[in-house]
Design a protein around this ligand. Structure first.
Ligand SMILES: O=C(O)CCC(=O)C(=O)O
Ligand SMILES: [Mn+2]
Length: 502
């Protein structure tokens, strides 16, 4: 077994390929001037923001405010109008502590020590030297002594799902996912001074590179051609000769943010004098119109074939004589008629397209992708997690969930449930029993009998206001209490006041 990047082997010095003064070249930079940076208060810390967001009543509003904080001083309107899916955005914040509560190398170290981090599953050890990109993952648990030895020998450490290990990353992403309505993920990248861990490449996600510690020199390149604009899939590792000239070159320092859309090629390397830790927050993987149509069109065609005889009528007996690639240049009027017929049938497909059902299928998949919500202490006390049922004095105590007609309830968050109409009934999908590890749990749902649909809709439309159980539009009081109790037990409802023990 070769030790490779382990052991005492000396490695080459810093890449040494930095321009003397690295700054933004052509990219748009929202750098506050020195003056305004001095006058403006440094901005809320993440810890303070998360505390403040707990008091924002609507979970969608919380999500929007979190994104606002992430990209400040750019507004959401400016961001979605000018940058989102269009071009990179660079923010030099001159406030090194701005993002510091999100994640740190010290936290990575503690995680390695205390939790079961597996090479290849949770952590990648990589290097990119002399144009060669290598992965050095051993098998098994990533023990600190082994991980830090790789690091000392110039390897980068990429943590693949920090949200499974770090409560703050989990909290942050779980709020943000309601802004994008598309899975929000993250990777962290720790790179030793003077090294590069990854080859140039583009990703299949919208990327928010959040610089947490140290510095990194970045080069960003435009998509190489029209087919690579907003790609569905990530690229292979490019050679330096394949990518042209950067449109943006900069050094990110702690507190800085770099956003770029999928398809923008990027590479980052560390200066000789500083390590770098960043977290890339990602969203919008396979969340395009094309991705919707990929599901919708086969369903529309299936319906059209079932319901409309025109789709079942036979093709002309002679069509092979004038259609197909060998006939594609032929000036045959039968070709024109054939094309018109195809066009008409495709246009008519719209009449059969189950658009809402296809959207609900995406929503259901998204709910499965979601991180479970993070409960505040107060929310815990008002939820099933604060329920007083327990074993005490040799007996069970307070087992009954005391939801009564006057109990006031509401959904914990707006985005934790989705009602979907499917072939065999109405189903309520929910996120509260998801895992912090992607798809570790199966999709969670319960069937909702038709007589309960209006009550679910009322809970959604009244959110974030509380409703009295007696006001749920079910047939009987027993039904109202039964529904509220089931939803409460799944962590979907909280009560206005803690349920009293009896
Ligand atoms: O830091 C690096 O070397 C690459 C990071 C990267 O590719 C990313 O954040 O998407
Ligand atoms: Mn990348």
């Amino acid at each position: 077994m070769g030790l490779g990047k382990r052991g005492k082997r000396e490695r080459g010095q810093a890449n040494g390929k930095l321009p003397a003064t690295a700054g933004a070249l052509h990219g748009e930079s929202a750098t506050p001037t020195k003056r305004s940076a001095q006058l403006r208060p440094p901005g809320r810390s993440l810890r303070q923001l998360l505390r403040d967001l707990a008091n924002v009543p609507h979970s969608r509003q919380r999500a929007a405010q979190l994104l606002e904080w992430l990209i400040a001083p750019i507004s959401l309107q400016q961001f979605f109008g000018h940058y989102w899916e269009k071009k990179p955005l660079l923010i030099h914040r001159h406030s090194p502590g701005y993002y510091q509560d999100l994640f740190s190398t010290a936290e990575l170290d503690a995680i390695l020590r205390d939790q079961d981090v597996q090479f290849g599953v949770n952590l990648d050890v990589t290097s990119y030297e002399d144009g060669k990109r290598e992965t050095h993952n051993p098998v098994g648990r990533a023990m600190p002594a082994v991980v830090w030895d790789f690091y000392k020998n110039g390897c980068s450490l990429r943590m693949l799902n920090p949200q499974a290990f770090s409560s703050t990353v989990w909290h942050f992403l779980s709020i943000l996912q309601e802004q994008f309505n598309s899975m929000v993920g993250a990777n962290t990248y720790l790179t030793p001074a003077g090294t590069q861990g990854f080859a140039p490449h583009y990703d299949d996600i919208e990327a928010f590179v959040i610089q947490l510690e140290g510095k990194k020199h970045w080069r960003i390149y435009s998509p190489r051609n029209a087919a690579e604009v907003l790609p569905q899939l990530s690229s292979h590792n490019f050679n330096q000769t394949e990518i042209g000239e950067p449109i943006l070159e900069t050094v990110l320092e702690a507190g800085d943010l770099l956003y770029f859309p999928r398809g923008f090629i990027h590479q980052g390397d560390c200066l000789p004098d500083a390590h770098s830790l960043h977290i890339t927050v990602s969203s919008y993987q396979r969340n395009s119109w094309g991705d919707l149509l990929e599901k919708l069109l086969p369903a529309a065609l299936q319906m059209a074939i079932e319901e409309d005889v025109e789709y079942r009528q036979g093709l002309p007996v002679d069509y092979l004589e004038y259609m197909g690639i060998v006939n594609s240049d032929a000036a045959d009027p039968r070709r024109v008629a054939f094309m018109q017929k195809v066009s008409a049938l495709i246009t008519k497909l719209m009449d059969y397209a189950p658009v809402d059902a296809a959207v609900d299928q995406r929503a259901k998949a998204f709910l499965h992708d979601c991180l479970p919500p993070v409960f505040t202490e107060n929310e815990k006390a008002l939820s099933i997690y604060g329920h007083p049922a327990r074993w005490e004095n040799g007996n069970v105590q307070n087992v009954d969930v005391q939801i009564k007609e006057k109990t006031q309830v509401r959904l914990l968050r707006y985005g934790i449930v989705r009602l979907c109409n499917e072939r065999d009934g109405m189903f309520l999908y929910y996120t509260t029993e998801n895992s912090r590890v992607y798809h570790k749990e199966s999709s969670k749902y319960c069937e909702i009998e038709p007589e309960y649909i209006d009550s679910i809709e009322l809970l959604l439309s009244s959110y974030p206001k509380y409703v009295s159980v007696e006001d749920l539009p079910c047939a009987t009081l027993d039904d109202k209490i039964a529904l509220a109790t089931v939803l409460f037990e799944k962590g979907l409802l909280i009560t206005k006041n803690p349920l009293l023990s009896i």
